[in-house]
Ligand binder design. Structure first.
Ligand code: PMP
Length: 391
C-alpha cells in the first residue's frame, strides 16, 4: 500500500506530542500511587489534581471536585444514566433521551427498562435535531433524568443544549449530556448551559484511549460505581491511572485552547473536500444539519453505492473512513441515527462518515477525491439499480 489517509478522527485520534510529553514521565519518573501519603504519592496526586483542575476549567465547572475520572465516554455515560436513575428511583422511574444517542446511553437505558424503568426516546427531525415540542410532551411527574447528546457522532448535528437544560430544570429534572464529540468543537460552559452531568472522553481529542470523565454538579446524587477504595471521592474505587489522567487533562486543555484555529482548519478541510466531491461526482447528498453542526464530520451519501463496499474499496487504496460509528460498524444493522432522521433507505445504505483531523493535508484530500471518484463509478457501474430504473 502506498499512500494512507486517515479520515476517521471521530472514531479516534492519534496522541499528540504535547499530550504524550505530559504522559511519559508518569510511567517511570513519577510512578507513585496518587493515594499514598509519602512524597511519591504526593507527586502523583499533584498531577491528578492538575488534570482535574484543567478539565474543570475547560468546561467552567464551579469546583474541580465535580470531575470524576472514568475509563472513557462509555463508562461515564453508563454511570450517569444508571447511577442517577437509581439514586432518584424513589422520586420516579421515567427517563427521557433521544433516538440518536450513542449506544453507551441507549444500552444503559435498555438495561434500566429491564429493571422496570420507563424510557421515552425523543424523535429527531431530518437534520438530526431533537424535537423540543416532543420533549415537552414526554415530561411526566415521575421523570427524573433527561439525557441528550451535545453533538451527534455520526452526522455532527449540534443540539440546543441550553434550551433543553432549561426545559429540564423548569420541571425539576436532572440534565445529562454526552459531550464526547463536542469538546474542542463548540464552547462548553456547564454553569452557563445549566448542565448537571456531562460526559467526556480523551481519545477523540488527541489524548489516550481508555480515559475520560463524568462531570457531576455538586448536590446531584449518583450511585457509587466501583466499591473498594476512596478514589474519586469514594464513588469509583481503584488506583488512578496517572499517565492516562495526565494525558486527558492536557488533551482537554489543548482542545479548548486551540479551538478556534482547529475549527478553522477543519472547516476548510471539509469545505474543500465537499466542493471537490460535488464537482467530480454526481448524485451526492450531505446528511445532518445544514449549518448547526461541527466542522470535523461530513456524513455523505453516494446514490446507488453500497456503503460497505465503498468503505472496503477506499480502504484498499489506503483511505480510512467509516460507516456509522466505530462502536457499531461491525454490525450489519444500518445506522440507527440516519434511520431516526427518517432518511430514505437508499441514503442510509449509501452513507459514509468522513471525519477530519489536525494532520490532514490538501494533497491528502486531493488523493481522497481521486480514489472516491474511481470507487464510486466502479460501484455504480455494477449496481443493479440504475438511475433510470429508479426514477
Ligand atoms: N459518546 C459518543 C458521542 C462517542 O462518539 C463515543 C465514542 N465513539 C462514546 C460516547 C464512547 O466513548 P469511549 O470510546 O471513550 O468509551
Amino acid at each position: 500500500m502506498n499512500k494512507r489517509v486517515y479520515l476517521d478522527n471521530a472514531a479516534t485520534t492519534y496522541v499528540s506530542s504535547e499530550v504524550l510529553a505530559e504522559m511519559l514521565p508518569c510511567f517511570n519518573a513519577i510512578y507513585g500511587n496518587s493515594n499514598s501519603l509519602h512524597s511519591y504519592g504526593r507527586e502523583a496526586s499533584a498531577i491528578v489534581d492538575r488534570a482535574r483542575d484543567r478539565v474543570a476549567h475547560a468546561i467552567n465547572a464551579a469546583k474541580s471536585n465535580e470531575i470524576y475520572f472514568t475509563s472513557g465516554g462509555t463508562e461515564a455515560d453508563n454511570w450517569a444514566i444508571k447511577g442517577i436513575a437509581h439514586a432518584y428511583s424513589n422520586k420516579g422511574k421515567h427517563i427521557i433521551t433521544s433516538a440518536i444517542e450513542h449506544h453507551a446511553v441507549l444500552d444503559a437505558c435498555h438495561q434500566l427498562e429491564e429493571e422496570g424503568y420507563e424510557v421515552t426516546y425523543i424523535p429527531v427531525d431530518k437534520t438530526g435535531l431533537v424535537d423540543l415540542t416532543e420533549l415537552l410532551r414526554a415530561i411526566r411527574k415521575d421523570t427524573t433524568l433527561i439525557s441528550i447528546m451535545a453533538v451527534n457522532n455520526e452526522v455532527g448535528t449540534i443540539q440546543n443544549i441550553k434550551a433543553i437544560a432549561k426545559i429540564a430544570h423548569d420541571y425539576g429534572i436532572i440534565f445529562h449530556t454526552d459531550a464526547v464529540q463536542a469538546i474542542g468543537a463548540i464552547k462548553l460552559d456547564v454553569q452557563d448551559m445549566e448542565i448537571d452531568a456531562l460526559t467526556l472522553s480523551a481519545h477523540k481529542i488527541y489524548g489516550p484511549k481508555g480515559v475520560g470523565c463524568l462531570y457531576l454538579k455538586n448536590g446531584i446524587r449518583i450511585e457509587n460505581l466501583i466499591s473498594g477504595g476512596n478514589q474519586e471521592r469514594g464513588k469509583r474505587g481503584g488506583t488512578v491511572d496517572v499517565p492516562a489522567v495526565a494525558g486527558f487533562g492536557k488533551a482537554v486543555e489543548i482542545a479548548v485552547r486551540d479551538m478556534t484555529i482547529n475549527q478553522q482548519k477543519l472547516r476548510s478541510e471539509r469545505d474543500y473536500l465537499l466542493k471537490n466531491i460535488q464537482e467530480k461526482i454526481d448524485y451526492v447528498t450531505v446528511n445532518g444539519h445544514p449549518h448547526q453542526k461541527i466542522n470535523g464530520i461530513l456524513n455523505i451519501s453516494f446514490d446507488m453505492v453500497d456503503n460497505e463496499s465503498l468503505l472496503m474499496l477506499l480502504d484498499m487504496e489506503g483511505v480510512a473512513v467509516s460507516i456509522g460509528s466505530a462502536c457499531t460498524s461491525n454490525s450489519a444493522e444500518p445506522s440507527h441515527v440516519l434511520k431516526a432522521m427518517k432518511l430514505d433507505d437508499d441514503i442510509v445504505k449509501s452513507s459514509i462518515r468522513i471525519s477530519f483531523g489536525k494532520n490532514t493535508s490538501r494533497s491528502d484530500l486531493d488523493y481522497v477525491v481521486e480514489v472516491l471518484e474511481k470507487a464510486v463509478s466502479q460501484l455504480r457501474s455494477i449496481s443493479a439499480v440504475t438511475k433510470a430504473g429508479r426514477k
